[in-house]
Structure formats: structure tokens, C-alpha cells
Design a protein around this ligand. Structure first.
Ligand SMILES: Cc1ncc(COP(=O)(O)O)c(C=O)c1O
Length: 403
């Protein structure tokens, strides 16, 4: 690990993280979605949640301080975005991806999901088709029909230990009525960082069929394999950028999802941007004061925190992969990015796998919600002691099923 200190790169030994991510923080009493849903609701009182995608880590200190300063002011009237925000994002996109974003391309949103929903309506007519990868983060499955469009699945499958799109199948899913493709990269739930070649192949099919790409890149800074860079779809070329709505946010990277919502849609095409904004009018709020205050500081001042947090996540990922490989009846592919492991439980032969694991004391995300009942999704962004207990419970349920 190297962290920057006063401009110097300092190498730290494995065990020397300066932030204590091992510290267990009790989330009881905070109305945490993750921690309240199952509390005391099964026959077990002590179910550990490992489902919804947020982290059990405190936000970076600069974010907490910025929020404190904003809260201490005491007046929380209508709020506009901080002056510096767009420039901070422009600098970050240039530094991380060599992507030259213009400040005017950005539309502020209260969340990435609302951006996915609006994108479906930005193009096409009533009943036109939207390609949705499967398996997929579940709101993608709802977005087309809520926006008067028809969902057409574009399945990915594990080939040679890697979830991939079959391009022939993808092409066959395209019809004269296909108006949009909802891409998720990095890919939740399968934990892939799509390569340039994969993205180019998908983008080429979209361009030649006049299909809008909505590229949800919310997990783009949660890169666990350091040799697999994130490539924003819009950087593939100007023609692709012209047909792409990119969605980014600080919420996953810095664990800020509950702060009232913040995301940015980057839309270089002016006509598309106007349409997107028109769809938002009167329906979608802009982010509030705490969301803006935290996003500015997260994007500007928290890279040291992020680098250490990623080191911690990589260790957790390694632990999960090592354990799952040794548990009978379970399998998973390598997690390149995100903090989510997509675990195949089909071999256990359980009628209701999700319920069986809850009875065993661990609430994973049910794969059925993401279009594949043979899988459960494990969120490993938690303290190692908690993760070890989660894995112990998973092993117990699997061994019992296989006995
Ligand atoms: C791919 C993806 N998009 C969007 C979201 C949620 O975004 P938001 O809370 O900003 O709507 C998540 C959360 O897990 C996600 O994994």
C-alpha cells in the first residue's frame, strides 16, 4: 500500500493501515436499512445482515467534519450546489480516466437509480424495448416497465470463471424497437470490471442500432484488482459519448448513501441532456445541503481514506474467495470490483436458499430478486470479525444441506 503524505509516497506494511477499519461500530438505533430489516424477525434474534450494498465503516473524517460544520450552522433552507463541485468532478475524471468532462454536461441527481429510470424514457416511444443485463442489481429490472418501456434481457453467463456477455446473443436481443441499453460497469452483482474490448463490442452494437447507453458506473472507484482499470463507457470515443448517459456518485465509494442522495448524470449530448432535465422537472429533487457538502469533500479530500479502505476490502475479498472455495456446494467467480460476492448455491439443493441462510443466522441478498434464484449475494464491506462469523454461519448451513 502506498499513501500520499505531504506529496511523498509512503509505503506501509500490510498490517499498518492508519485507519481502524476493524473497529466494530454498533449501527443499532440509526434506522439502518441493512441492520433493521431482519432484527428479531426470524426465529433467530441475531441474524447478521450482509445484503444491501452499504458498508459498516465510518465515512472519511473530512466528510464527517464538513457535515458537522454544515449542521452546526443551523439553517437548512433550500440549497444549491457548491461552486467548486463541478470543477472538482472535472479534475477527478481527468485524473482517474483521462476523461475531459465539461462542467455543463453534469446534471445533479438525488441518486443513481432515478438516473437509470429517467434514462429509459429519454429515448424511444411507449412500449419500445430496453436491454437489461441479467443477473442485475434489481431496480434495473423495474426501470423499463415503470417508464412505459419493455424489458428485454441481455444475459451474461460465467465462461472460464468470468461473467461475460455472449455477443451473438446480445445482437439477437436487439430489435427494431430497442431504444436503450442499461449497462452496469463495474457489474453488480457479479463483480466484474469490464475490459475495453468488452465495452467496445457492446458499444459498437448499440451505436450501429441507434441504441442509447445508460452506463451506471456507481461502483467505478471500488476496484479490487488493480490491474483492471475502470473505463468510462463515454471515453470509448465521441460517437459513443454522444449516445451515453453516465451515472456516477460518491455514495458507494465513500459510504454516503443515506445522506439524502447524491449522484451526477454526465450527458455530453445537449439535446439528450435537455430531455433528461425535462423529465426530472417537478418529479425529481436535486440533492440537499448535507449531500452536496459531503460529495464535494469526498471527491476532493478523501483519496487516502479510499486507498486504505480498498486495501481492507481486498483482504476481505480474499478471505471470502478462500472460504467459499472450501465450503461444500458453494462456488463463486473472482470479484474484480465492488464489495459483493455472487455465490452459486444451486448444488445445495435447497428449496428456498435465502430462507435457509436466514435461519442459519445470515441475511444475504436473494438472487431471485436479481433474476437468478440459484445465487445469493454477499456484501463483504464489514469488519473482518463480522465477516468471519458470517462465513462460519454460511459454512454451517451449506454443510448441513450437503450432509
Ligand atoms: C449498480 C447500482 N446502481 C445504483 C445503486 C443505488 O444508487 P442510489 O442509491 O444512488 O440510487 C446501487 C446500490 O447498490 C447499485 O449497486
Amino acid at each position: 500500500l502506498s499513501i500520499s503524505q505531504g506529496g511523498l509516497l509512503v509505503r506501509l506494511k500490510e498490517e499498518e493501515l492508519s485507519i481502524d477499519f476493524d473497529r466494530v461500530i454498533d449501527r443499532a438505533g440509526t434506522n439502518s436499512t441493512k441492520w433493521t430489516r431482519h432484527a428479531g424477525k426470524s426465529s433467530r434474534m441475531d441474524v447478521i445482515p450482509a445484503w444491501v450494498a452499504d458498508m459498516d465503516f465510518a465515512a472519511p473524517t473530512p466528510v464527517i467534519e464538513a457535515l458537522r460544520a454544515r449542521i452546526d450552522h443551523g439553517i437548512y433552507g433550500y440549497s444549491t450546489e457548491p461552486d467548486a463541485l463541478r470543477e472538482v468532478v472535472v479534475d477527478r475524471m481527468a485524473r482517474l480516466y483521462g476523461w475531459e468532462v465539461k462542467p455543463s454536461w453534469m446534471v445533479m441527481l438525488p441518486g443513481v437509480v432515478s438516473g437509470v429510470f429517467h434514462s429509459c424514457r429519454c429515448t424511444g416511444e411507449s412500449g419500445d424495448e430496453v436491454l437489461v443485463p441479467t443477473p442485475i442489481y434489481h431496480p434495473f429490472l423495474e426501470a423499463p416497465s415503470y417508464q412505459d418501456r419493455t424489458l428485454v434481457p441481455a444475459p451474461a453467463t460465467p465462461v472460464d470463471g468470468k461473467w461475460q456477455f455472449d455477443l451473438d446473443r446480445f445482437k439477437r436481443a436487439v430489435s427494431a424497437r430497442t431504444c436503450a441499453f442499461l449497462l452496469c460497469n463495474p457489474y453488480n452483482p457479479v463483480g466484474r470490471t469490464l475490459s475495453r474490448a468488452e465495452l467496445e463490442a457492446l458499444a459498437e452494437i448499440c451505436l450501429s442500432n441507434d441504441i442509447l447507453i445508460c452506463s451506471d458506473e456507481i461502483h467505478c472507484e471500488l476496484l479490487l484488482d488493480e490491474d483492471k482499470p475502470h473505463i468510462p463507457t463515454a471515453t470509448l470515443g465521441p460517437e459513443v459519448a454522444d449516445k451515453t448517459i453516465t451515472l456516477i456518485s460518491t455514495s458507494k465509494t465513500f459510504n454516503l448513501a443515506g445522506l439524502g442522495g447524491f449522484a451526477i448524470a454526465v450527458i455530453p449530448n445537449a439535446r439528450l441532456r435537455l430531455k433528461f432535465e425535462a423529465l426530472m422537472r417537478g418529479v425529481t429533487q436535486r440533492p440537499g445541503a448535507p449531500a452536496y457538502a459531503s460529495a464535494l469533500v469526498a471527491y476532493r479530500d478523501c483519496d487516502d481514506w479510499l486507498e486504505e479502505m480498498l486495501t481492507y476490502l481486498r483482504r476481505n475479498r480474499d478471505l471470502v474467495e478462500q472460504e467459499v472455495a472450501s465450503i461444500p456446494g458453494l462456488s463463486m467467480t473472482h470479484v474484480e470490483s465492488t464489495y459483493l460476492a455472487w455465490i452459486n448455491v444451486a448444488q445445495l439443493g435447497l428449496e428456498k436458499p435465502w430462507d435457509a441462510f436466514v435461519e442459519g443466522g445470515v441475511a444475504l441478498q436473494d438472487g431471485q430478486e436479481m433474476d437468478d434464484p440459484n445465487y445469493l449475494r454477499l456484501n463483504f464491506a464489514t469488519q473482518q470479525s463480522t465477516l468471519q462469523e458470517i462465513l462460519r454461519r454460511i459454512r454451517f448451513v451449506a454443510e448441513k444441506a450437503m450432509a
